[in-house]
Ligand binder design. Structure first.
Ligand code: UT7
Length: 326
């Protein structure tokens, strides 16, 4: 059993942070950022909450799908930058949409979130317990970025994208993984308050912002992206070269190019929008999906591979036959 992608949508904040703006507060340059990452601009949510961006992307996806909020059975939201510890972003989006029949939950798999959530959506659809899933990926990395750390600050941007999914006939296979051993290289702690117990336990000194060892993450990424894509193709019973399009997590253009080379896939078959939005964590693959559908870059029956990696460390890929009608 596969999935039908009835419609997709997006929300991108208006504020554009160019490489030149980073030069005003960091020891960096447009030339360094473009050469090392392929990024030129990112969007920054100056005052729109993460769940609200998700709701706005979801509204567009529902409109494209011709589905009303009360037809949604399940809302899955992926985010590493939720506005609240609780309630979940998914429940806040549900409230914003007025999707009264649905149940809603967040899926935490960092930048691989949308790949994990697609797999979960398909499994729920397969049981027949739900007919329509709304998948939303929404992120404000600007809230988790240390803007004094030039190695990481220039990478991240904000945005949201969504898809309305139903059961389909075509191919679907997924290969998901996690490797916690590398966690020290990429993490973002939550703040901890001082406690009045045990004589007063002081709050943690650590900044509640992203710590990243870029080189280690890079090495991990170029190893696992091709491995995950190959594993999903193998499960799907197709050769990598049969894929019509690959949608990789947009972390660094050099990572994408290296993975493409390892897979022997020409760059024309790879979706890249990193120059416009930077790394939007779990939203990046969904923003690409929305873009390729809107631009007509994929047609029904095309075989596409969505592949991601991120903190955890999580990684994985989904191979599916694109279908847009039930
Ligand atoms: O969603 C997953 C999250 N993260 C990632 O995927 C990140 C993966 N890693 C990367 O994309 C790359 O490692 C970076 C873009 C973060 C860094 O690129 P790099 O080619 O690995 O650079 P590097 O860390 O090896 O640093 C090279 C030099 C260093 O200077 P020295 O020691 O050679 O003098 C850095 O201090 O570049 C320097 N540098 C910068 N220079 C100008 C680091 N960041 C900057 C900067 N501007 N923004």
């Amino acid at each position: 059993m596969g999935i039908t992608i009835l419609g997709t949508g997006r929300y991108l904040p208006d504020y554009v942070a160019s490489n030149q703006e980073y030069e005003t507060f960091l020891d960096t340059s447009d030339e360094w950022i473009v050469t090392r990452t392929g990024m030129r601009e990112r969007r920054i949510a100056l005052d729109t909450p993460v769940w609200k961006m998700g709701e706005l992307a979801a509204r567009q996806a529902l409109e494209a799908a011709g589905v009303t909020p009360d037809e949604i059975d399940l809302i899955l939201c992926t985010t590493v930058t939720a506005d609240y510890r609780y309630p979940s972003a998914a429940c806040l989006i549900q409230g914003g949409l007025g999707a009264g029949r649905a149940f809603a939950m967040d899926v935490a798999a960092a930048c691989t979130g949308s790949v994990y959530a697609l797999d979960l959506a398909r499994r729920y659809l397969e049981t027949g317990d739900v007919d329509t899933v709304l998948l939303v990926s929404t992120e404000a990395l600007s809230q988790a970025t240390d803007y004094t750390d030039r190695g990481a600050a220039i990478l991240f941007g904000d945005g949201a994208a969504a898809a309305v999914l139903q059961k389909g006939e075509g191919l679907f296979a997924s290969a998901l993984f996690s490797e916690p051993d590398l966690n020290r290289h990429l993490y973002c702690p939550l703040p901890r308050q001082a406690l009045p117990f045990g004589g007063g336990i002081p709050a943690r000194e650590e900044k509640a912002l992203t710590f990243m060892n870029g080189r280690e993450v890079y090495k991990f990424a170029v190893r696992v992206m091709p491995a995950a894509a190959r594993a999903a193709c193998e499960k799907a019973g197709i050769a990598v070269e049969e894929l019509d399009l690959i949608i990789p997590h947009q972390a660094n253009l050099r990572i994408i190019e290296t993975a493409a080379k390892a897979l022997q896939i020409p760059m024309e078959k790879i979706c890249v929008n990193i120059q416009k939005y930077g790394n939007t964590s779990s939203a990046s693959i969904m923003l690409c999906l929305d873009e390729v559908i809107r631009e007509g870059r994929i047609a029904p029956k095309d075989q596409i591979c969505l592949v991601g990696f991120g903190a955890g460390f999580t990684y994985g890929a989904v191979v599916l036959e694109y279908q847009n009608k039930p």
